[in-house]
Write a protein that binds this ligand. Structure first.
Ligand code: SAM
Ligand code: SF4
Length: 341
């Protein structure tokens, strides 16, 4: 069968070619091959990674955004949204919480908000460095190459910048003011100066084909990006895409499965978008292919307005621990120690 041929190809090459990626992407929900390949993917994860789930703390420090991505609920033109910026004090308090819980990375995320200019971001990174040795990851959108260099020098060592789609025409259609060259260039640049770099893409963009998704995976592999976030599009209210269909959950899982074969040692966060559409599937993904979960540390009074999409799931630390333990999925040793296990 094709599934068997795929596994032989993987065993020989430690990756997949486009033909096999397309095969996985096209598997229907009830195809028995799907179960088989998901199980095989969990074996790849077990053998090529540290084989535990890392839990990272997400601090969404501002929902102001100067960009207008058509799918995103915090886009500039959404005037119905109450905007907020966390103060430095608020952010440092959240960092203390990340430390106390024993999470393994601090992720600073925001809309593209230039109120936090380079000086403010650098000062913030340095203050966090004084509080903790935990790795700092930034997810703040497109800044100058030079800025990314300075953040690295100040102490940020990871970055998350999804390429969204590698199909240029589609990219320009859905991101009216994200710049294709700049974004992909930044990703390559960040990788080249030693950031642990994360990228990713959205499943279900209008007109997107399986061939586009396969190209996304090959791009990630060829650029040697080590973190891969794959999430379904969620049609958010008060955006031009509010009446669109959500991205397919099956296709998202198939893409995660293919990603595990394409880059076997990758760090693969399960996206909050998947958790928002179906929380059970979010944990299934952690069983089969994903090995990172980002729990939400943003204080509730701010978090409720960080709605890049409606009813965004709160990925809660203690609920995550309970469910992972129930499913006997191993958790990162730092966190286990902090929990006193
Ligand atoms: N502003 C920064 C940027 O765009 O890189 C970081 C924050 S942005 C909210 C993080 C990610 O959210 C984007 O890369 C995009 O893939 C995802 N996103 C935004 N709106 C979404 C939606 N409606 N459905 C699924 N993912 C979405
Ligand atoms: Fe802004 Fe990022 Fe949302 Fe685009 S995806 S509107 S850049 S927050």
């Amino acid at each position: 069968t094709k599934g068997k041929k795929l596994l032989d190809y993987f065993t020989e090459n430690k990756t997949l070619n486009k033909e096999f990626i397309l095969y996985i992407l096209g598997l229907e929900k009830d195809d028995p091959q799907r179960n088989l390949l998901y199980k095989a993917s969990s074996i790849v994860k077990e053998n090529f990674t540290a084989n535990y789930v890392s839990i990272k703390g997400l601090i969404e420090f501002s929902n102001y955004c100067s960009k207008n991505c058509y799918y995103c609920g915090i886009r500039r033109d959404n005037k119905t949204l109450k905007r907020y910026r966390m103060t430095e004090e608020d952010i440092l308090e959240a960092v203390e919480k990340v430390k106390k819980l024993g999470l393994d990375t601090i992720i600073l995320q925001s809309g593209e908000d230039y109120f936090y200019d380079d000086d403010k971001i650098i000062a913030l990174i340095k203050k966090i460095k004084k509080l903790t040795k935990l790795p700092i990851s930034i997810s703040i959108g497109e800044r100058d190459f030079e800025s990314y260099f300075k953040y690295k020098k100040a102490g940020a060592i990871r970055t998350l910048l999804k390429h969204e789609t590698v199909n240029r025409e589609l990219f320009e259609k859905v991101n009216p003011d994200k710049k294709y060259e700049k974004r992909l260039g930044l990703l390559k640049y960040a990788n080249s100066i030693g950031y642990v770099t994360g990228s990713g893409f959205i499943i279900g963009l209008p007109g997107q084909t399986n061939s586009d998704i396969a190209d996304d995976l090959l791009f990630i592999r060829d650029e040697k990006v080590i973190m891969i976030g794959i999430g379904p599009l969620i049609a958010s209210k008060n955006t031009p895409y509010e009446n669109m269909e959500n991205g397919s959950i099956t296709k998202t899982l198939n893409a995660c499965c293919a990603a595990r074969f394409v880059v076997p040692n990758s760090q693969m966060p399960v996206t909050t978008a998947l958790g928002t559409l179906d929380i059970k599937t979010h944990y299934d993904a952690l069983e089969y292919f994903c090995n990172v979960v980002m729990v939400n540390i943003t204080p509730d009074k701010f978090r409720k307005n960080y709605n890049i999409y409606d009813n965004k799931a709160k990925i809660d630390f203690f609920e995550t621990i309970d469910e992972l333990e129930k499913r006997e999925i191993k958790i990162c040793p730092i966190t286990t120690k902090a929990l006193g296990r």
